[in-house]
Ligand binder design. Sequence first.
Ligand code: ATP
Length: 267
Amino acid sequence: MITASATPPSPAQSPPIIEAKRLTKRFFGVSAVDGMSLTVGRQEMVGLIGPNGAGKTTMFSLIAGSLQPTSGELWISGREVSREAPEKRIGHGLARTFQIPKPFAEMSVLENLLVGGQQQHGEGLLANFLRPAAVRAQEKALIEKARGLLDFVTLSHLEHQPARVLSGGQRKLLELARVLMADPDVILLDEPAAGVNPALLEVIIERVFALNKQGKSILLIEHNMDMVSRLCTRVVAMALGRLLAEGTPSDVASNPAVIEAYLGGGA
Ligand SMILES: Nc1ncnc2c1ncn2[C@@H]1O[C@H](COP(=O)(O)OP(=O)(O)OP(=O)(O)O)[C@@H](O)[C@H]1O
């Protein structure tokens, strides 16, 4: 018998896609992140701000799994993943971009998307020998997907160019396309506006907005408050590894403790 409980939960009812509970990371006795909690709801776009050295990037590394917490817990979609490897978290729909993308400079823009390390039949010589048609079909599908994503990030015209010719902003767009190859549900975006010229910045803002509208949850580290307030409904501010304030972009930007942290470089 079908009951009401068989209905899939709405975004509002389902557990947060990211839930960090009292995360702490100490390096040689110094706490880069110190009892930090935050949540990102399904289809939510949350800004993570704070002065240099606040612990934002360390927080991303703890969420992505490239760093293990000294203490605290991390949950993805209601499942505890605190000790899981980064690859397993990717399998749970989590992706992360880097502040300074490092594409393979001599490979073409398209090839950079194809080396994304997806599970392919063609990975083994044996598979190539035994199932050549399946391998070819999968390669074709991957190329089509990569081309679609290059179109989405407005880089189609550069498909065959080596990645080294890309500007800083174009590298950010390629980085976005790279993580989209894995079909993530939630994306950790690390300073997508840094070093990007104003024209391309508008493209990045518009593309990030479109991804959120498509249903992707986003946690955005950004110093550009204009971008944060245009994109995010909720902002989390941290300083000295701790939560400082949380609320709407305008509430957080006018919070005296946040202003003091930016002026004084701490909290
Ligand atoms: N691997 C490490 N070893 C030692 N200390 C570290 C390490 N990584 C980060 N830290 C320290 O932890 C603190 C937080 O750094 P983090 O890079 O997370 O800050 P941030 O908010 O991302 O800064 P920014 O805005 O400048 O990128 C800093 O004091 C930094 O020096």
